[in-house]
Design a protein around this ligand. Structure first.
Ligand SMILES: [Zn+2]
Length: 557
């Protein structure tokens, strides 16, 4: 039986006024005697990291919002935060100032200077240089004295093992990286190399492999390539919808070839360009070139996918810049690169950490995936996420990664709350498959993958409540990253019914860039969005109440 209930607004907003913890991951100790994370530590799981949210009632004032003062705060408040010896155990990762004048100092947990994977802490200053809250995750099972963080094998050896382990193709997208980390896995803290191997091909991968730095054994690995969907069918694909598009392009004069026109847009200030490539219907990237035309009009059938990718990229760029003041995916003007005509009849789009890739679709299930503005926004949001919360792409943090990509997809392509309605082929539509996912009515869409459906308790449709959560092993859909994202998607949809799209966007963007951390789960997402609503609209505001009500309705507390 599905349980759905919405708390009365008066109750849900009243809950945050007092100093009683609202949930096990949301502690407000300050002037009371409640332990900072005592209750929280009971809840948490195999990664042995302790979720933390300390909110100050009487903020501590500093002369400036610097990393040094963030550390000073932590040193003065060890018992409150539960973070022992912060000077020794934390390393500054970055400092960001937001549009409210707040400053957020992000730290990595470290052991002997080595980063603990997935454990980061953020100290938040308000505009008056007062520390108002601290959140994130700390691994409190690590004994600093005993943990040996030296490596017995070389990083080259780890790279080699990793490549073999994931069947990497010969042609890698970029130089693989290997970083020495402390990796908590199945109750044990391992000294490991975190190896990132990225390749395209017919089974593209952006693999993260954790190789034991003592024994050289593979401890764990996952594919962080972010797919629109994993369904793959082969066949022929053609055509997009034929709309007239205004484009920014670049005229190129070549000595012997006359004048050509490139889908390269350098019209935006402080941006490395919006550039669209032709992947030429194969699975390698070595022969990809900037998409060129002989005239300024890109009107052939083959041009259509490129025109849409180029046009939609700019739309998404404009959205993040105009709505959130973010200059590109990394917030720092990185070039936005899309590649079209990837593979043959390929029913997928992806973000590989560096660029977007769009298949042409097989013409039966999907048409060119670049035709979907929501698909482009989804993939580009993955880029924003990897440069902000960097949510780990498996289990609940992975489902949040997918969910934020869908939510911003729906915010940019703002005519509906469906994903993928513009890329479904006629045959799929005739069979009732008109969208990939729906934020408004997740239950109305059947999960397209049979293996995933096997884990359903709701007849194989996308879930819209925690009662319908798909409990999957990480080997299937990364533990349900595409499937379970529907639960938090639906919460966002419900919140938007109360507040509208613009406020939803403000709240979610703030949660993503200011509060969420690598291993955040669904409850953390509630905490992060509620706190963002409070920051933006005030304690006890209707916005805060609406966010609480949205998460209540899907059973996330
Ligand atoms: Zn995705």
């Amino acid at each position: 039986m599905k349980k759905k209930f919405i708390l009365p607004m008066v109750l849900s907003s009243a809950m945050l006024v007092g100093s009683i913890p609202v949930s096990s991951v949301f502690a407000q100790p300050s002037d009371s005697s409640l332990a900072g994370n005592g209750q929280a530590s009971k809840e948490w799981n195999e990664k042995a990291s302790v979720p933390l949210f300390v909110k100050e009632r009487f903020a501590e004032k500093f002369s400036s919002s610097t990393p040094t003062n963030a550390l000073n705060y932590l040193k003065n408040n060890e018992s409150k935060t539960g973070i022992k010896d912060p000077e020794r155990n934390l390393k500054v990762k970055n400092v960001e100032k937001d549009e409210l004048g707040m400053t957020h100092v992000r730290f990595n947990q470290t052991v002997n200077g080595v980063n603990v994977e997935g454990s980061d802490i953020i100290v938040h200053f308000n505009k008056d240089n007062e520390v108002v809250s601290v959140n994130g995750r700390m691994n409190d099972t690590i004994d600093n004295v005993d943990m040996d963080t030296t490596a017995s094998i070389s990083s080259e050896a780890a790279l080699k093992t990793a490549k073999t382990s994931v069947n990497a193709s010969e042609e890698l997208t970029y130089e693989p990286t290997a970083e020495l980390v402390v990796y908590p896995f199945e109750g044990k803290n391992n000294t490991a190399y975190k190896v990132n191997v990225n390749f395209m091909g017919d089974e593209p991968g952006n693999w993260f492999v954790f190789v034991d730095a003592k024994t050289g054994e593979v401890i764990d690995q996952y594919n962080g390539l972010m797919h629109a969907d994993e369904q793959t069918q082969k066949g022929a694909g053609k055509g997009v919808h034929g709309e007239h598009r205004e484009l920014h392009i670049t005229q190129v004069k070549e000595p012997n070839a006359g004048t050509k026109f490139a889908l390269a847009d350098y019209s935006h200030e402080n941006l490395g360009g919006i550039v669209t490539y032709d992947a030429k219907n194969d699975y390698t990237s070595s022969n990809d070139t900037v998409y060129m035309g002989n005239s300024a009009a890109f009107i052939s059938d083959y041009d259509r996918a490129a025109v849409d990718a180029h046009y939609n990229s700019e739309k998404v760029y404009d959205y993040f810049l105009n709505e959130h003041g973010r200059n590109s995916l990394d917030g720092n003007g990185m070039a936005i690169i899309s590649k079209v005509h990837y593979g043959n009849g390929y029913n997928n789009a992806s973000w590989n950490g560096r660029w977007m890739t769009y298949g042409d679709g097989d013409g039966k299930f999907m048409i060119s995936l670049s035709a979907g503005l929501d698909v482009a926004a989804h993939e580009m949001t993955h880029g924003v996420i990897s440069h902000s919360a960097n949510l780990v792409y498996r289990n609940q943090s992975g489902a949040l990664n997918e969910s934020f990509a869908d939510i911003f997809g729906a915010l940019v392509d703002d005519s509906d709350w469906e994903m993928g309605e513009d890329i479904m082929a006629p045959e799929a539509k005739a069979n009732g498959l008109t969208v990939l996912r729906s934020l408004s009515n997740p239950n109305g869409v059947v999960v397209s993958n049979e293996q995933r459906r096997a884990y359903s308790t709701n007849g194989g449709v996308y879930p819209d409540h925690m009662d319908e959560f798909y409990h999957m092993p990480t080997t299937v859909d990364g533990g349900g990253v595409h499937v379970n994202s529907s639960i938090t998607n639906h919460a966002a949809y419900l919140i938007a019914q109360d507040l509208g799209r613009e406020k939803l966007g403000k709240i979610y963007y703030r949660a993503l860039t200011v509060y969420l951390t690598a291993n955040s789960n669904f409850s953390d997402a509630r905490m992060a969005t509620v706190q963002s609503a409070i920051d933006l609209y005030g304690e006890g505001s209707e916005e805060e109440a609406a966010v609480n009500a949205g998460f209540d309705a899907v059973g996330i507390y």
